[in-house]
Ligand binder design. Sequence first.
Ligand code: HEC
Ligand code: HEC
Ligand code: HEC
Ligand code: HEC
Ligand code: HEC
Ligand code: HEC
Ligand code: HEC
Ligand code: HEC
Length: 423
Amino acid sequence: MFSKRMILISIALLWMAALAFGEGAPANQNECIACHKKVTPGFVSDWGVSKHSEEDVTCSDCHGDKHKTAKDANLARLPDEQVCGECHEDQFDQFTRGKHNYGWRSMNALPITHMEPDELMEGSVGCGGCHNMGIKSAAEKKDRWDKGYRYQNNSCDECHTRHAFSKKEAQDPRACQQCHMGYDHPQWEMWSSSKHGTRFFVKQAGKLPEGAAAPTCQLCHMPDGTHENRTAWGFFGVRLPLPKDKQWAADRVIILKALGVLNPGTGKPTPRLEMMKSLHMIQFTEDAWKAEREKMIKICSRCHAGQYARHRLEMGDRMIKNADRLMAQGIKIVAALYKEGIIKKPDYYPFAYPDFLYFNQTGGSYIDQVLFRMYMKYRMRTYQGVFHANPDYVYWYGWAAMTKSLGEIQELDRTMRATHKVK
Ligand code: HEC
Ligand code: HEC
Ligand code: HEC
Ligand code: HEC
Ligand code: HEC
Ligand code: HEC
Ligand code: HEC
Ligand code: HEC
């Protein structure tokens, strides 16, 4: 039945297995795996298909060896980015310099964060689920643990999920989807339904040849595998110095007031300006902005003509300008209602003026909520859609929704003033 050769091979395999899991292997690895094959079999097999298992990077390399029995699981170390960085210094250093490393701190810098349930922040079922990106300080970690939040100590597993820790998985745009979607940053939706994304999926289905060009999020934002990521305009879509165009400069000042970065009365900077600077939320010099823009044009130019790319991105800039014109009109109307006492300042607002960094907290007035949505949802889409080559997001989900919001604000203003006079 069995050939002699097969029997010999089987014996050799058994011997090799005995070496790997027997006395040849570190005792703790043997025990971790033997027990965890029963306790968490899915993780053991996941690790089994990783480069780490091929390279003998074992459970205890990341989790330490203090936890030894079923009763002392809390002694297992939950590895942070530094642990990965011990072996992957380049990626760690690049990550440290990039915007992802600011995720946790920028979330915590917002006033709204401290008014919401802990579950949404430390517990990661809301803001903290996406803003887990970023290295936490020792004090921040202690604070989380003291509150009973033990997990989510690592950012690296947000794109290369544990325990496969795969490069291929992270190269797929789906790795970005969970966070870059939805209300205020639908990059996933915009990209996947643009020609760039369509090509990617058609190619993946085998209907375009392997060599066909199909730019992914990673190609544009993590070119050549860099883990340092940053864009020219960033999320808030404001920057300094102010533009030369007088109208646009005036409109941007009004938006900066509604972000609480400039004092609405005096126009002088508030402490939030320093906060935004230290967390790289807005570009503060023309050079810093230009450097990112030129990098991006080089990437587009891998396929498109350089001047085509420049023209497209400049249109994005002009859409920000157009959107700011609408935004400033809306802000002025709501600000006047505060000033005249027709709507009341929520206790927590620093000024009697719209404050976008409170993210629609309860207790605010309805017209202020319409204004917030106009900024956070529709203004974002108006230019993010240009940058991600998605016509429908620019128009119907962006611009058209902004003009509709402004109309609603004007209508509410009229009725509120009318009923106010009656009283
Ligand atoms: C005798 C069985 C056994 C051994 C040996 C063992 N573990 Fe565990 N381990 C467990 C059990 C049981 C849990 C808790 C699972 C649960 O919460 O359902 C656990 C939990 C863990 C956790 C999760 C900790 C947490 O905070 O939730 C990690 C990580 C872990 N083990 C790693 C290891 C490593 C690394 C080794 C070897 C150094 C090891 N285990 C050895 C049984 C074992
Ligand atoms: C390359 C590093 C690395 C290796 C190797 C590794 N882990 Fe993990 N493991 C992690 C990270 C990162 C987390 C997430 C930590 C957190 O949430 O704070 C984690 C979390 C866990 C958890 C708890 C979280 C959960 O989702 O339940 C268990 C259990 C666990 N690992 C078991 C194992 C076992 C068993 C092995 C060996 C087969 C292993 N790990 C090997 C990095 C590693
Ligand atoms: C003890 C050293 C060590 C630690 C700690 C370690 N790695 Fe690795 N890792 C390796 C080695 C060795 C390889 C295989 C060679 C390579 O690709 O660099 C590897 C490969 C990888 C790869 C590429 C896999 C592929 O599909 O090509 C990723 C991604 C990765 N590690 C992520 C992590 C993350 C995330 C952590 C922390 C949770 C971590 N590593 C911790 C040593 C380590
Ligand atoms: C776990 C959630 C999460 C995942 C997954 C994720 N990101 Fe992010 N990303 C964020 C957060 C949060 C920020 C904002 C960080 C900050 O506070 O500055 C961000 C910022 C960015 C920025 C910078 C925008 C700016 O301000 O200039 C780029 C570019 C980016 N991500 C690209 C990607 C790409 C590409 C992927 C997939 C390979 C990805 N992200 C995966 C959460 C995520
Ligand atoms: C679905 C994932 C997700 C959720 C939930 C989420 N964010 Fe974000 N957040 C992101 C991403 C991704 C970015 C970067 C987007 C971009 O640049 O277009 C971002 C950007 C930000 C920024 C700007 C950072 C910068 O450097 O410009 C702040 C501040 C912020 N988020 C705070 C919060 C707060 C507070 C909450 C909860 C009320 C929250 N986020 C909920 C994913 C999320
Ligand atoms: C925003 C998503 C994202 C995050 C977060 C992330 N990576 Fe990566 N990583 C990638 C992508 C994409 C690649 C593939 C790059 C390429 O195409 O060469 C990669 C590749 C790698 C590789 C393989 C390098 C090679 O060419 O063999 C390692 C190792 C690695 N990452 C480690 C880390 C570590 C350590 C962290 C945390 C400090 C981390 N990554 C965080 C997206 C991410
Ligand atoms: C063809 C290149 C390209 C692709 C593909 C691409 N982006 Fe972008 N992305 C851009 C450009 C250009 C900007 C705007 C740069 C600027 O500020 O001038 C941008 C901006 C961003 C920003 C900052 C806020 C914004 O939207 O303006 C984030 C975050 C982001 N992209 C994430 C992603 C994610 C996630 C994917 C994949 C789902 C993706 N991008 C796909 C080119 C690309
Ligand atoms: C890897 C190659 C590649 C890169 C890089 C790339 N594109 Fe594209 N792009 C394409 C292809 C292919 C198409 C589909 C062309 C068509 O519709 O015939 C396309 C379509 C477009 C479209 C839709 C226009 C149309 O004719 O339908 C715009 C706009 C666009 N790209 C802008 C950009 C910008 C801006 C960048 C840089 C931020 C960029 N692209 C980067 C390959 C690329």
